[in-house]
Write a protein that binds this ligand. Structure first.
Ligand code: SAM
Length: 242
């Protein structure tokens, strides 16, 4: 029973992620930095079978193992520049959480909010705290087991702590008016924008630097425009339907 160690392995996605993050820019750099972000996992193919999920509701958190489908086509290199090192220091790709890996596989712990039984017999997982692009293919799900997965005394080198102190986020009068008008359709939007922007989504070399550029990010089908208003604060200046 000899297996060629270099033989390709074929994996078939078991589910697709529905996420408010429709483009890479401004997605948090790890899960649970933006804990109000809500998404869902919808099962497909032969995995679309409630038996695979029996008992999963006992777990508050899950590991999602997924494919970095949005960057997969760009390939990989042995050395990468982690954003939090300012983009000017190279480390081995396997010493980082870069998306550009030999096998483009990611892993995120997310909160399991609800298991939804649909009338057609299918099941969906409602999750929060995700750091995933809309449409991310899931190749495996495992329960998060704190006694073994949470190692609070672990050393994590350049990634020991959260990257930055959260920025303050304010909304101008026009943005507040739009938020009020669309609050029924997007009930948690204000908090989601605040938590996403508090992470300072700009490229890492701009951290702690003021610039007057007008930035845009897409959440759901909305174009959220914002500017730095001080070194520690961001102002949202417009919210537009795309
Ligand atoms: N928690 C995961 C891990 O450690 O494997 C992902 C960490 S990675 C640094 C997080 C970034 O991956 C996000 O900020 C986003 O830009 C990017 N990302 C998320 N989903 C993606 C996808 N499906 N394809 C490509 N990039 C993705």
């Amino acid at each position: 029973n000899v297996i060629d160690p270099l033989a390709a392995i074929t994996l078939t996605p078991i589910a697709t992620v529905f996420s408010p993050y429709k483009e890479k820019f401004a997605i948090p750099r790890q899960p649970n930095l933006v804990n109000c972000a809500q998404g869902k996992v919808v099962f497909i193919g032969t995995a679309n079978n409630e038996e695979l999920l029996r008992g999963i509701e006992q777990f508050s958190h899950l590991w999602l193992i997924f494919i970095f489908h949005g960057t997969q086509a760009q390939g990989w290199k042995p050395l990468v520049r982690p954003p939090r090192l300012g983009g000017n220091k190279k480390l081995g790709v396997l010493a980082t959480r870069s998306t550009f890996r030999p096998n483009p596989i990611g892993m995120s712990v997310v909160k399991l909010e609800r298991v939804i039984q649909l009338s057609d017999g299918n099941v969906e997982l409602h999750i929060s705290g995700l750091d995933l692009l809309d449409g991310t293919p899931i190749i495996d799900i495992k329960p998060y087991i704190p006694y073994s997965d949470a190692l609070t005394d672990a050393e994590a080198g350049f990634a020991q702590h959260q990257p930055i102190a959260p920025l303050t986020v304010t909304f101008n009068a026009q943005a507040k008016k739009t938020l009020a008008e669309i609050s029924v359709q997007y009930p948690q939007l204000t908090l989601l924008i605040e938590q996403v922007l508090a992470q300072d989504p700009r490229p890492a070399y701009k951290r702690n630097k003021l610039d007057d550029k007008c930035y845009g990010m897409t959440l759901y089908d909305l174009d959220i425009q914002w500017q730095m208003s001080s070194l520690q604060a961001i102002e949202v200046i417009a919210i537009l339907k795309k």
